[in-house]
Design a protein around this ligand. Structure first.
Ligand code: KG4
Ligand code: ZN
Length: 367
């Protein structure tokens, strides 16, 4: 089934075309085209995403990206991409899917309205997709890694047994959630953050260190030059026997460290601060996920969301999976931060699960 997917929940405009097969028990995806227009440079001067600017940019980017997609599809057929008619002819998605939440509502609406227009034009069914399910399923997308889903799992209906029960950690700019999954369509929320999301903590600490937005990649780069043992920041909620997280105290600890150093006119090695913070965040994420994996007797650990791009976290969780004897699945680097390919996967699964999300923006939609 050919799926056209649209993502506009935050500051990336994404349009993708996927080929989905395999059904609910052994889904498989080929990403035929995946276009992302990042707005990072536009929001950077403001130190974070400005919803109305995001909306304006999505409105501008959507038709441009869609046109690029049509041209790429037409070129793939050997058609004349300069002819508008030829570009539109023969484009026939079986399903169109669009992120309906969670995210910034003005931004979400741009994608929803655009998708509605396309659904009418191409007479294709339109299904809403949950952005968090997009992250959750992103490990199903093609990957070059040897631990990738596609290379680790053989075709056939019994595939799912090698993955489930699974423990899934979703770590993004807006969410930090731990799930226990019984199958591709059934899961239970074990815990989540009580305050800041993990990515939000990276972004806020980056701001304290006067690094540009988004902070996650900047902290990671800086931390690589620092000593993660030089400064010990707190590991919030590490010893509590639940699966919840808290990152706001960790951010405040960094704030106090910087403030005290300034007051005492003490030189600060910001690479050590970044490394100490990153280590503390990774330690908490890994420890809670490990305990969940052990207590759920998990067959696999799934990691996704923007923060899953962090190599330190990927390595630590891969090691942990090894220690507790489970498989470890993480999406290819292309699919960690927001993109439409993962929304195509979520739309396919929602369609098969007959999960009908209303076609309206829901900023607070959960999993
Ligand atoms: O999933 P995502 O693109 O958007 C949301 O759904 O929120 O995640 C963005 C978040 C940002 O907070 C960003 O700083 C963080 O992911 N991030 C990282 C890294 N790359 C992106 N955090 C830590 N290390 C990274 N390498
Ligand atoms: Zn996201």
């Amino acid at each position: 089934m050919k799926i056209l997917a649209i993502e506009t929940s935050c500051d990336e405009t994404g349009i993708a075309l996927l080929d989905a097969t395999g059904g609910l028990r052994a889904p498989r995806f080929a990403v035929l085209h995946n276009f992302v227009a990042s707005q990072i440079a536009i929001h950077r001067p403001f130190g974070g995403v400005v919803p109305n600017l995001a909306k304006r940019e999505h409105l501008k980017n959507l038709p441009v990206l869609f046109d690029e997609l049509l041209a790429a599809v037409a070129a793939g057929r050997g058609a004349d991409v300069k002819s508008e008619n030829k570009k539109h002819a023969a484009f026939a998605p079986d399903l169109i899917t669009v992120t309906v939440g969670p995210g910034l509502e003005p931004a979400l609406w741009t994608g929803i309205e655009f998708a509605k227009t396309l659904a009418k034009k191409y007479r294709a069914p339109l299904v809403g997709a949950n952005h968090l399910e997009g992250h959750l399923y992103s490990f199903l997308l093609p990957s070059r890694s040897s631990t990738a889903y596609a290379s680790a799992i053989l075709p056939g209906a019994r595939d799912a047994r090698k993955i489930f029960p699974a423990v899934a950690l979703i770590v993004s700019g807006g969410h930090t959630i731990l799930l226990r999954m019984e199958s591709f369509s059934k899961w239970k929320r074990l815990g989540e953050t009580r305050d800041d999301a993990a990515g939000e903590a990276f972004d806020k600490v980056a701001r304290l260190l006067e690094l540009p937005y988004p902070g996650g990649p900047e902290i990671e780069k800086l931390a690589a030059r620092g000593n993660s043992f030089a400064i010990t920041f707190p590991r919030p909620m590490l010893d509590q026997r639940n699966y919840d997280f808290s990152f706001s105290g960790l951010k405040t600890a960094v704030l106090y460290y910087m403030r005290d150093a300034k007051a005492a006119r003490r030189a600060v090695n910001i690479a050590d601060v970044a490394a100490g913070f990153e280590q503390a965040a990774v330690d908490v994420l890994v420890a809670k996920t490990r305990r969940a994996a052990e207590e759920c007797a998990a067959e696999s650990i799934l990691l996704s969301g923007g923060v899953a791009a962090n190599k330190h976290l990927r390595r630590a969780l891969a090691r942990t999976a090894d220690l507790v004897g489970c498989r470890f699945f993480v999406p290819d680097f292309r699919y960690n931060v927001d993109n439409a390919a993962m929304i195509g996967a979520a739309g396919y699964m929602a369609h098969l699960r007959k999960k009908h999300y209303p076609l309206r923006a829901d900023g607070m939609l959960g999993v």
